[in-house]
Design a protein around this ligand. Structure first.
Ligand code: SF4
Length: 472
């Protein structure tokens, strides 16, 4: 289906046609150079930024059971992997499946869940979606996976039609683990594929023989009976291999698109590679000599290729073939602003207008051994900040104007974000229709930076590193 030269040329033409919009966005401080990453580059997953939260000795976020009788999602963090990938900034550690720390972690997270459940909750807590992520949850042995699944089953009830995802790597997913997880309601599997090209995977620091491993993992998942399968891919990767800089190329994008087509993947999450401060590649980033135009071309090729194969993008960066494969957990969190229950070290949550983050490492263990929920920091948001949070995350899903007004009692165009909305609309980054506010095609390429435009003065980003000079 794919004609490499054709897609490459089409994407170049599209970018040329969008050039005036890039210029208008640049006038608003949103520049192509941002795509190369800087000191504050983060995928926007919390608002306010988590470092603005206050340290707490003991949390009150779960203390009122009424707050949990609303729409809940649940995230459980499993911080173990086989190896550490060059680009990764998540909280994780690697020693393989036999690492004795995994048994200890499972004990701790069981105690944490018990603490949460016993904080005034007699009944199971209803949740609309559960995501077991990491890390690589499928690194767990069947015994440990069973313990975690039993623990969730004991304290939480997935509502009818709810989504229950388990994340894993092609090398650690087995049919036995999938069947086991299905007994507890898991109905969606997310696989960290990242790239289909083996050399690129080597550079990333991941397993190779990916195509074969992904084939085997998909066969195991499908044979067990799960059809809602997602894969993660990285767009615009740049890294080091034996002191050489390696960049993803247009041909690599085509390889990924062909992999998606060949394996008939119904749902694809495509992350933009940003060199994050906690990743192994961060120290060398100034040598990467990034070229923003190249990254843009890769993004555009990927998006156009996915569209040509019949995928829709919703939320931004999440591509699905049919409504059945929409990633609901993220739509609930970002679009509907549901509660987020957080379990496991470094997991972050949101409840009763309060955003919070768990401890990790020794502090996580110490809190639980003292019988305390392991929340390290939290921040209660004012109504004004709650509305800003809605705009920040609504940029990824689109904001329904009627729902906003019904929920917050004010027309979104009359809030303190009105100037930002109109400025971004004039710049071509978002469109305001009678029913919705959503990013445009150009805006989607800069989604994280447009999201940051909605931060209040109190939570603006700190000054950036100077981006490295352009090489062309
Ligand atoms: S990217 Fe995924 S698999 Fe790689 S180290 Fe990070 S959490 Fe582990």
């Amino acid at each position: 289906m794919f004609d490499f030269v054709g897609l490459h040329e089409q994407a170049k033409e599209k970018l040329q046609a969008l050039h005036p919009a890039f210029l208008r966005l640049r006038d608003q401080g949103i520049q192509k150079q941002m795509l190369i990453g800087d000191r504050d580059s983060q995928t926007v997953v919390t608002y306010p930024p988590s470092h603005k939260q206050h340290a707490v000795v003991e949390t009150d976020v779960y203390s009122n059971p009424l707050h949990l009788r609303k729409r809940n999602t649940l995230y459980l963090h499993v911080p173990f992997c086989d190896k550490i990938c060059q680009y990764c900034a998540y909280q994780r550690t690697a020693k393989g499946p036999e690492d004795p720390r995994i048994d200890h972690y499972v004990d701790l997270v069981q105690k944490e869940t018990q603490l949460l459940a016993s904080a005034n909750h007699k009944e199971k807590i209803q949740v609309e979606s559960i995501y077991i992520g990491g890390g690589t949850p499928t690194i767990l042995s069947e015994q440990n996976l069973e313990k975690l699944l039993q623990m969730l089953d004991k304290h939480f009830e997935l509502v009818a039609g709810g989504e229950f995802s388990l994340e894993g790597s092609p090398a650690t997913i087995t049919e036995g683990k999938v069947r086991q997880a299905m007994q507890y309601g898991v109905n969606r599997i997310s696989i960290g594929v990242e790239a289909f090209d083996d050399h690129m995977l080597k550079v990333m620091g991941r397993e190779v023989d990916n195509r074969e491993r992904v084939f085997a993992a998909l066969a195991a998942i499908r044979s067990a009976g799960i059809s809602n399968i997602d894969i993660d891919l990285i767009r615009g990767f740049t890294g080091f291999y034996r002191n050489q800089i390696v960049r993803q190329t247009p041909q690599d994008v085509v390889t990924d698109l062909l992999g998606i087509q060949e394996l008939e993947i119904p749902s694809v999450t495509s992350y933009q590679h940003i060199v994050k401060p906690k990743s192994l590649g961060y120290k060398k980033r100034q040598k990467f000599n990034f070229i923003p135009e190249e990254k843009l071309l890769l993004h555009m090729m990927f998006n156009m290729g996915m569209e040509q194969m019949g995928y829709q993008q919703h939320p931004i960066d999440f591509h699905h073939k049919t409504q059945e494969h929409v990633y609901k957990h993220q739509v609930y969190k970002w679009g509907d602003m549901t509660n987020q229950i957080a379990l496991g070290p470094s997991a972050y949550g949101y409840l009763n207008d309060t955003q919070f983050t768990n401890h990790f490492g020794a502090d996580y263990e110490a809190a639980i051994q003292q019988g305390k929920l392991p929340v390290a920091s939290q921040l209660k948001l004012s109504k004004e900040e709650v509305m800003r949070r809605k705009f920040v995350f609504g940029m990824k899903t689109g904001v329904s104007r009627a729902e906003f007004e019904q929920h917050y009692g004010i027309n979104p165009l009359e809030t303190s974000a009105r100037d930002t909305l109109h400025t971004l609309e004039e710049a071509g980054g978002l469109e305001i229709t009678p029913s919705h506010i959503r990013l445009t095609e150009v805006g989607r390429l800069f989604a994280d930076w447009i999201q940051m435009c909605f931060y209040s003065d109190a939570h603006q980003r700190t000054p950036q590193d100077t981006p490295p000079p352009l090489s062309n």
